[in-house]
Design a protein around this ligand. Structure first.
Ligand code: KG4
Ligand code: ZN
Length: 343
């Protein structure tokens, strides 16, 4: 079977287009980041949708050019249907539907969280190892934090999720407290690399089963910093690396401890990481060393470029939907809220 699918991701503030080909090989993955949000300290939805409108045509053009594919070679157009910012989703959705109509080919709708999970199936060469079902997945992004049992491409059981902030928000809100620009996660990661993770201790949540909570940690960090700044106005400047390393260590500990609990409870030894926060070097390292406690554990983490929002993850999810004959319809409307689908 010869497959060529163009996928579009526009759920938040990155405009991305990718091409997937036979055997699930990604031929191109173009991402345009939006710098307009930096000065506002967070994503401004109206500015995001306008930037998507400006970026989408050149991004798709580059993706086609890089993969040396003609529009006429495409078998389907895939797009992120939700969850995400409605204005942003509408740009990708309308573009995908129009192009599919013009080319007279089917569309495939993809759930953003499913796409993060199936980023673990992205192959750059045929021999690449991918997970087999069932596996446990820890999805950690700017809007979601959850542990799921992934039973097949269409059956995902969420067994735990955050009851307040997402892990990415914990990074971003801490960065804000420290006066760092948005998105703070990558910067905290950068400073943490040269800091002492045990320099400062913050409150650890006590939440049942596989659920998470990060708002207590955020408050603990906020009051800690306020008190220290009252004693010494230069506290953050003088201790930035150690603060970042200690915060990162606390977040990673919360995530890893829940994952260990889920492995013990389910007896599933194949584990995967997904979502923007899985780009974090501390989390990647802790995740990879989980099998030092149990040599049977097999770990999967997407390459860094497939962790934060990208269209390659939409393309690979669409590839398996295409094989399964799971096509969307022109009347499918985008949705802003919803966790992983069971479609
Ligand atoms: O998956 P994603 O790109 O967008 C959403 O679907 O939310 O995740 C974005 C989140 C942001 O909170 C960002 O700060 C965080 O991922 N992030 C990181 C790192 N890279 C991105 N957090 C910690 N360390 C990183 N290296
Ligand atoms: Zn995402």
């Amino acid at each position: 079977m010869k497959i060529k699918i163009l996928a579009i991701e526009s759920s938040c503030d990155d405009t991305s287009a990718a091409i997937v080909s036979d055997d699930g090989i990604i031929l191109s993955n173009i991402i345009a980041n939006q710098n307009v949000h930096i000065k506002y300290g967070g994503v401004v939805p109206e500015l995001a949708s306008r930037a998507h409108q400006q970026n989408i045509i050149p991004v798709v053009k580059f993706a086609l050019e890089e993969s040396k594919i003609n529009k006429s070679d495409l078998n389907a157009i895939a797009y992120t249907r939700g969850p995400g910012l409605m204005g942003s989703l509408l740009v990708g959705t309308s573009f995908a539907k129009s192009l599919a109509l013009a080319l007279n080919i089917p569309i495939i709708e993809v759930n953003h969280l499913d796409a993060h999970i199936f980023a673990n199936f992205i192959k750059e060469k045929i021999s690449q190892k991918i997970p087999s079902f069932p596996f446990l997945c820890l999805t950690v992004s700017g809007g979601h934090t959850q542990i799921s049992i992934v039973k097949s491409f269409s059956e995902i059981e969420i067994i735990g999720k955050t009851i307040d902030d997402a892990a990415g928000e914990a990074f971003d809100k801490t960065a804000k407290i420290l006066g760092l620009p948005y998105p703070g996660g990558p910067l905290i990661d950068k400073y943490a690399k040269i800091g002492n993770p045990y320099a400062f201790k913050f409150a650890q949540p006590n939440i049942k089963d596989f659920d998470f909570s990060f708002s207590g940690l955020k408050t603990s960090i906020l009051y800690f910093i306020k008190n220290k700044l009252n004693e010494n106005r230069e506290f953050v400047n003088n201790n930035l690396n150690d603060i970042c390393a200690s915060v990162q260590n606390s977040i990673v500990e919360i995530l890893i401890n829940k994952m260990i609990l889920a492995i013990k409870h389910t007896g599933i030894n194949q584990i995967a990481l997904a979502g923007g926060v899985s780009a974090n070097s501390g989390l990647r390292e802790a995740f990879l060393t989980l099998n030092s406690t149990n040599p049977n554990i097999q770990t999967y983490i997407p390459k860094i470029q497939y962790c934060t929002d990208n269209a390659a993850m939409v393309a690979i999810t669409a590839y398996y939907k295409y094989i399964d004959n799971k096509f969307g319809s022109q009347v499918d409307a985008p949705y802003s809220r919803q966790s992983t689908t069971n479609n």
